[in-house]
Design a binder for this molecule. Structure first.
Ligand code: UD1
Length: 420
């Protein structure tokens, strides 16, 4: 197993290029299951989760090549409808094949994703919506068996809770359904917006893009002629580099970035005293003279993202005063707290809220990554800590950050990947 060795404290400078968004690429890759043509996706992030999903699509019969961030994908040859436990267990987002496979083939068998480190993460809302569209769903031997022999039917669906992959799954199912589907209380994340835009550009009548209510006219089972497109920049990767600059007191520039997707994140960094200059596709962050404490609550887009909570918690350990960080989306997303405490951070947890007494110095130690975003928070803290930190179990990191250590090294960090 690999681990990262980081020498701190460090200062960064220069420019980092942000990769394509993993969470946009995942549903867009499964969207190709609705197409009868070969599709080219540019700016595809080369991270483990994407490779896992491509393997799943290959198992279904698709052909693909991914080189220099250009993904060519042909799903016209897909002839299987079963997503196996072996792959689904490694990546929950595999559930994104459920809607498209059912819509195209009238049946599919997808392993239940099961639990995950940050919380229970059920898929009940995906299943309930598909049932409203006429699917018969049974759970047997750990698999969701879904059938809709006469195709899916348009329906009026109100999501009980806002769900990102749930919205994506049902939007894709509705695109091939018979008649009109109205989805209420949808996720408005930029990744969902791009999915809807690509469907629209591929000829689907879809209204309300970017709002919480989407109306989709289905093709009645006909596959679509999908357009080629470029994946949006990863706002969470960008936010992580902004925090890397803030925590190391550095000025850096981010290239290939959408600042409008980062408003909630930049607002908090500005409240903490950082200054951010923006152009069309770049952001330059200047550090705070004295980092101030912060209060934040994670919520659905456009509010502050849960995927940036861990990085801000790391940052708050160095800020003056007491920061309050409340996690509203996932019940168990504070596992990085005990690892940050190993570096010397003073953090108290009370249910869904972390109180961070900032300003205590951090010292290098051996720490363990527990989930994807928690891992990057540990790397940030390690760059600010005095001495050597070894971050173990970084396979979590590799799932969603493209060459994190290479990009940080180019910015001047002392970071190395080693074998246990
Ligand atoms: C997506 C993102 C993830 C991000 C999360 C919240 C991808 C691949 N992943 O995850 O990085 O942290 O959004 O922004 O895009 N829920 C239910 N029933 C369901 C579905 C969800 O109760 O059927 C609950 C979840 O347990 C959670 C909340 O709804 O508490 C939001 O989850 P959801 O938006 O579905 O997260 P993901 O789509 O899995």
């Amino acid at each position: 197993m690999d681990y990262l060795q980081i020498q701190g404290p460090t200062t960064l400078n220069g420019t980092v290029t942000i990769s394509g968004a993993k969470n946009a690429a995942l549903p867009l890759i499964t969207l190709t299951l609705l197409a009868h043509n070969k599709v080219t996706l540019t700016n595809t992030p080369e991270v483990a989760d994407i490779k896992t999903l491509l393997k799943l699509l290959e198992n279904l019969g698709a052909t693909q090549t991914l080189k220099n961030h250009v993904l060519e994908l042909d799903t016209s040859t897909v002839n299987h409808t079963m997503a196996n436990y072996d792959i689904v267990k490694t990546m929950r987002a595999s559930i994104l094949v459920l809607g498209p496979l059912l819509a195209r083939f009238g049946h599919c068998e997808v392993s239940l994703p099961g639990g995950c480190a940050i919380g229970q993460r059920p898929i009940d809302l995906h299943l309930k919506a598909l049932e409203q569209m006429g699917a018969k769903i049974t759970i047997h031997a750990g698999y969701v068996n879904a059938v809709a022999p006469n195709g899916l039917q348009g329906a009026h669906i109100i999501f009980d809770k806002i769900t990102v992959t749930g919205t994506a799954n049902i939007v894709m199912a509705a695109a091939l359904a018979h008649g009109k589907t109205v989805l209420v209380n949808c996720a408005k994340e930029p990744e969902v917006v791009q999915l809807c835009e690509i469907l629209r550009d591929s000829g689907i009548d879809i209204r309300g893009i970017g709002t919480s209510e989407l109306t989709i006219m289905g093709t009645g089972g006909k596959t679509i002629d999908m357009v080629d497109f470029e994946i949006i920049p990863d706002r969470i990767e960008a936010g992580t580099y902004l925090c890397a600059a803030a925590i190391t007191n550095s000025t850096i520039t981010l290239d290939n970035v959408r600042h409008d997707h980062l408003d909630a994140v930049t607002a908090k960094l500005e409240q903490m005293g950082c200054k951010i200059d923006i152009t069309d596709s770049t952001m330059t962050i200047h550090p705070a003279q004295k980092l101030k404490h912060v209060e934040l609550i994670t919520q659905e887009y456009p509010a502050f993202p849960t995927d940036m909570q861990a990085q801000f918690l790391a940052l708050a350990t160095l800020a003056e005063g007491t920061s309050i960080i409340e996690e509203r989306l996932f019940e168990n997303r504070f596992m990085h707290v005990s690892e940050l405490q190993r570096l010397g951070a003073d953090i108290r947890l009370n249910g869904h809220t972390a109180m961070v007494m900032g300003g205590t110095p951090l010292f290098g130690a051996d720490i363990m990554a527990t989930d994807l975003r928690a891992s990057s928070a540990l790397v940030l803290a390690a760059m600010a800590a005095e001495g050597t930190t070894n971050v173990h179990r970084i396979y979590h990191l590799d799932r969603g950050y493209e060459d994190l250590e290479g990009k940080l090294r180019l910015l001047g960090a002392k970071i190395e990947r080693l074998k246990e």
